[in-house]
Design a protein around this ligand. Structure first.
Ligand code: PLP
Length: 361
């Protein structure tokens, strides 16, 4: 089975051959006109993907680096922030904020359930002095397969006036996320997910309102000072040496995405999600997140009669298919099937057939 390893985890996701070949080049100088031309195209296509007029900044970082940049550029020590916590990555937001001395209030929900939008409304309406500076949440909570109701929470935030800072690491490219239309202030993502690239790039888009907050924000920043990126991106450049070959891959991946079209990309993720969930249920397994808030990036499955880790181990040994396990207290209780990025009908059919064979073993 050498060379046939199949990733069905929610990141890193499979990388198309066209992207792999685009990266298989000698690096070019990042201050060369050739590189500027590539960056110009990439920036335009990133704006298209984010449905925004704002430049999207590319960091040499994983998704967490993009999240950290999304905090330190816009807030000051002691600022009051609301963090939505219903999984590993919501918790991570709170941890990043606490590491920088922000005053964090968690709005929690049980893992596997969506955030309660009413709790956000109540907190924000009660804040008549406008002491809440930002509302921070994870759109697609990868650890549980829940898609949080960003639109409703965003409406409450807009009525209040705080910044809205969003982890779109597994939602960007999997679900419609019109950044400007929603008026999202900071959106962070990472290359190893819907972008169909290997890990290594963090991406951040910043609204004009957030740039105003940047002017007075006092948290320390240097490498992730987005002002440096803003200046450089405007000149189709980068403040520091970028991972040039990953950017070449990003160029090819975005070209592929444009050829497919946003609507088709979202419809494909929707179809694969429905197929995966229907198949899992038909096999007698329970989906962990309810249908109404299912992420289109990942399906978490809670088996009752067979051990989750046993299923993962057999899938790996017999079929060389990697499924993700549960995180933190969900370790051993769930497994997760990724259907994000460069994934099509045949991948899901293969994965589900292997799962069926595993269950009847
Ligand atoms: N946020 C979400 C929703 C994720 O799924 C991940 C990674 O799985 C991250 C943040 C963190 O990204 P990274 O591991 O690239 O730092």
């Amino acid at each position: 089975m050498i060379g046939k390893h199949m990733l069905m985890i929610p990141g890193p996701t499979p990388v198309p051959e066209r992207v792999l070949l685009a990266m298989a080049k000698h690096p070019i100088g990042h201050r060369s006109p050739e590189y500027s031309e590539i960056q110009a195209e990439v920036t335009e296509n990133l704006k298209w993907l984010h449905q925004t007029e704002q430049d999207v900044h590319i960091l040499a970082a994983s998704g967490t680096g993009a999240m950290e940049a999304g905090i330190i550029n816009f807030l000051s020590p002691g600022d009051r922030v609301l963090c939505g916590c219903n999984g590993k990555f919501g918790d991570r937001w709170a941890e990043v904020c606490e590491a920088y001395g922000l005053s964090v209030e968690r709005i929690t929900a049980e893992w596997g359930k969506p955030l309660d939008t009413e709790q956000f409304r109540a907190k924000l309406e009660a804040d008549t002095d406008k002491t809440i500076k930002a509302v921070i949440l994870t759109h697609s909570e990868t650890s549980t397969g829940v898609l949080n109701d960003l639109e409703t929470i965003n409406k409450h935030v807009k009525a209040h006036g705080a910044l809205i800072i969003v982890d779109a690491v597994t939602s960007l490219g999997a679900v419609n996320l019109p950044v400007d239309e929603l008026g999202l202030d900071v959106v962070a993502s990472g290359s190893q997910k819907g972008y169909m690239l290997p890990p290594g790039l963090g991406l951040v888009v910043v609204s004009p309102k957030a740039w105003t907050a940047y002017e007075t924000a006092k948290l320390p920043r240097y490498y992730f000072d987005l002002g440096k990126y803003r200046k450089a991106t405007a000149k189709n450049s980068s403040p520091f040496t970028p991972p040039v070959n990953l950017v070449l891959g990003l160029q090819a991946a975005l070209q592929m995405m444009r050829e497919e079209g946003l609507e088709n990309i979202f419809a494909r993720h929707q179809r694969l999600t429905q197929a995966t969930r229907a198949a899992v249920k038909a096999l007698g397994l329970a989906t962990f997140a309810p249908d109404e808030c299912a992420s289109t990036a990942v399906t978490a499955v809670a088996p009752t009669t067979v051990e989750a880790e046993q299923i993962r181990s057999t899938m790996k040994k017999r079929f060389d298919i990697a499924l993700a396990g549960g995180q933190d207290h969900l370790k051993g209780k769930i497994f997760r099937i990724g259907h994000l990025g460069f994934v099509g009908d045949r991948d899901i059919l293969t994965g589900i057939s292997a799962l069926e064979a595993t269950l009847i073993e």
